[in-house]
Design a protein around this ligand. Structure first.
Ligand SMILES: [Fe+2]
Length: 187
């Protein structure tokens, strides 16, 4: 259920709510200007959705924190398509981030993750639907507009499209992606 986890966290005097929220790229980020622009668009999309969905402030902050962190090491020398999410999550944890949902959102944003809470799902959607990507612009714009009212239905559509691309490219489907898809369809 939307925001459930956040409501639970907000009831606790958690460290997460005394720690400054990341509102831009972290100082250790290694990103090209194009990557930075992508990250800014992902954050902007998530902010728009948070407003439309009347997300509580703490939840909006989690979505934005995940947005700023997710590709922060994408252009680092040690990074690649599979490694950059885990690398950023590990670095953020090292810096004191303890929100498991935000860390899992960042870690698995390229693959999907069956145990995601709202922040992982929202980041996965925004990463694909942000308006700067050049493919399928009209379709993606219409899917993005429907997210606030039909989040779970659009999540299935986006996952299906992303997974189809993996299959079309004859790349392997990793276990996390298969488990994510099965969870989405209730298997
Ligand atoms: Fe990424």
């Amino acid at each position: 259920m939307l925001f459930q986890r956040n409501a639970r966290l907000r009831a606790l005097p958690s460290r997460e709510f005394t720690r400054a929220v990341v509102v831009s790229l972290p100082p250790w980020a290694v990103v090209t200007p194009e990557r930075r622009a992508h990250v800014e668009r992902v954050a902007a999309v998530l902010s728009t959705w948070a407003t439309a969905m009347r997300a509580p402030e703490g939840e909006r902050a989690r979505w934005l924190e995940a947005a700023w962190l997710h590709d922060a090491l994408r252009d680092a020398p040690a990074a690649n398509e599979l490694a950059h999410g885990p690398l950023a999550a590990e670095r953020a944890a090292h810096d004191g981030l303890t929100d498991r949902g935000v860390l899992d959102a960042v870690r698995y944003h390229s693959l999907g993750f069956a145990q995601w809470d709202d922040v992982g799902k929202m980041l996965y959607l925004a990463d694909y639907l942000e308006p700067g990507r050049t493919f399928d612009q009209e379709l993606r714009r219409s899917l993005a507009a429907r997210v606030p009212a039909e989040r779970d239905a659009i999540l299935k559509q986006v996952a299906a499209r992303r997974i189809a691309r993996v299959i079309d490219g004859r790349w392997p489907l990793l276990r996390e992606t298969v488990d994510f898809w099965n969870a989405l369809v209730g298997y």
